[in-house]
Write a protein that binds this ligand. Structure first.
Ligand code: ASP
Length: 444
């Protein structure tokens, strides 16, 4: 029998009722042996996550302010879950020791990590699973970078004799012995590392949505769920702002060829989204849409440069890019014409060096015309099937034309995995809706 690593996010473990759903999910499949919990998240929209409550206590402790009342709220959250589930356990000693530690040494990462630590204790007890402290297996170097090889060895050594385990997400320990967390949402990363170490058949990431959506639900009403997406496609969409999973959660499973399945704790009957390697055998996949997803991001500017005979001036592009390089500015796209060149950059990164970049370009290449246009949005239409389908780009632009949306920039990568379109920020929502209609609604 193989095994599955299952990670449950904060909203999946926000209260006793959610714990019951989680236990049902785990118990319904004997392969779900290794469980990675987050700290209790929000129960309702303006609720506070336990992680944020812990950060607050740490801040108060750091300024020498009494944090008894704030910490009481944390005690109440866990005690509420324990008593409602009727678990025979007490965390009082743990609570007291955390308070003592925060008073003696208010370290942010230690404080935040206790949300997962305590939740792991409760969940392990409730499931009747072994508890394995992430501090004993997830190893960071002194600068705070994960030591993947050491971690994998430690996880294997620890889990090899165990039939099951709950390993809290989000944190580990440095080689100097300090607790260190990943960045926010980092339990996803822990789950991915554990999946790599135990060579899991699959890494199930349980959250409160039924997978990745084809488009942002704030823009497209009730969008379809993406049933299968490759890691490469996911990266393209995530870069454009679509997010469900921590970015660093991809590498450990991707390198080991383990698929990720995004699932919904509140709707376990849904298949969710499968994230698979690029060489996955898609032949058995039921016919799907031409495109996989659409995402867009605002906040870009284009630097437009014109100069007669630019094409015959050797090194023109290099000189311009050197100016960007000297100002620490990276660029997103660079479409060019015979006498024109236009460079798309992130406006927030351009702002502090705007004048220097303009002056630098003037000095280096003496353009006939130079201007910066702000308020640009980039839209990515992503899909592995585009490569073998004709007319995709024509359909994208037909949908733009019908909506009278002006296309400012086009870039299709040589991999034919995505088409990037620059439009005015105001046009972005309508552009996404039109493309969705063209490819998803009309292909139904
Ligand atoms: N509890 C942590 C956070 O709120 C980590 C996680 O949930 O993945 O960011």
């Amino acid at each position: 029998m193989g095994n599955k690593v299952v990670k449950f996010g904060g909203s999946s473990l926000a209260d006793a009722n959610q714990f019951r759903k989680v236990a049902d999910i785990i118990k319904s499949d004997a392969k779900r042996k290794y469980v990675v919990p987050s700290a209790p998240g929000k129960r309702f929209s303006d609720d506070v996550k336990v992680t944020d409550m812990l950060y607050k206590c740490c801040e108060l402790a750091g300024s020498g302010v009494d944090f008894t009342d704030d910490f009481q709220l944390i005690r109440d959250r866990y005690n509420g879950i324990i008593s409602e589930l009727g678990i025979d356990m007490s965390l009082e000693d743990e609570f007291d020791s955390i308070v003592r530690e925060l008073k003696a040494r208010p370290a942010k990462d230690f404080a935040a990590s206790r949300g997962e630590y305590l939740n792991g204790k409760v969940l392990a007890k409730y499931l009747g699973f072994n508890f394995v402290d992430a501090a004993d297996v997830i190893v960071f170097d002194t600068k705070g970078s994960l030591l993947l090889d050491d971690t994998v060895k430690a996880v294997r050594a620890k889990l090899s004799g165990l039939d099951n385990a709950v390993i809290p997400g989000f944190y580990g320990k440095t080689t100097e012995g300090y607790i260190k967390t990943f960045s926010r949402g980092g339990s996803d990363v822990t789950g991915s590392i554990i999946a790599n170490a135990v060579k899991a058949d699959i890494y199930e990431n349980w959250t409160d949505v039924s997978g990745f959506l084809v488009a942002d639900p704030r823009i497209v009403e009730n969008p379809d769920v993406i049933s299968v997406i490759t890691y490469r496609e996911l990266r393209e969409l995530a870069y454009m702002g679509a997010s469900v999973l921590h970015e660093d959660a991809i590498f450990p499973v991707r390198s080991a060829g383990i698929p990720i399945n995004i699932r919904n704790t509140n709707r376990p009957q849904d298949d969710g989204t499968m994230i698979v390697s690029d060489d996955f055998d898609f032949s058995r996949e039921s016919l799907s849409h031409t495109i996989t997803g659409i995402a867009g991001r605002k906040g870009f500017s284009t630097i437009n440069i014109e100069k007669a005979m630019m094409n015959s001036e050797t090194g023109f592009g290099m000189k311009v890019l050197k100016v960007l390089f000297d100002n620490g500015l990276s660029f997103e796209h660079m479409p060019s014409g015979i006498d024109t060149m236009s460079i798309t950059v992130d406006s927030a990164k351009l702002d502090p060096v705007r004048e220097k970049v303009l002056a630098g370009i003037r000095k280096e290449v003496a353009p006939d015309h130079l201007e910066i246009e702000d308020g640009i949005a980039l839209l990515a239409v992503v899909g592995r099937r585009m490569k073998n389908t004709r007319g995709t780009v024509a359909r994208i632009f037909a949908s733009m034309a019908h909506a009278r949306i002006n296309v400012k920039m086009i870039d299709q990568g040589s991999s034919e995995l995505n088409v990037i379109i620059g439009v005015s920020e105001n046009d972005l929502p309508e552009a996404i809706r039109r493309i969705y209609d063209m490819f998803i609604n009309s292909e139904k």
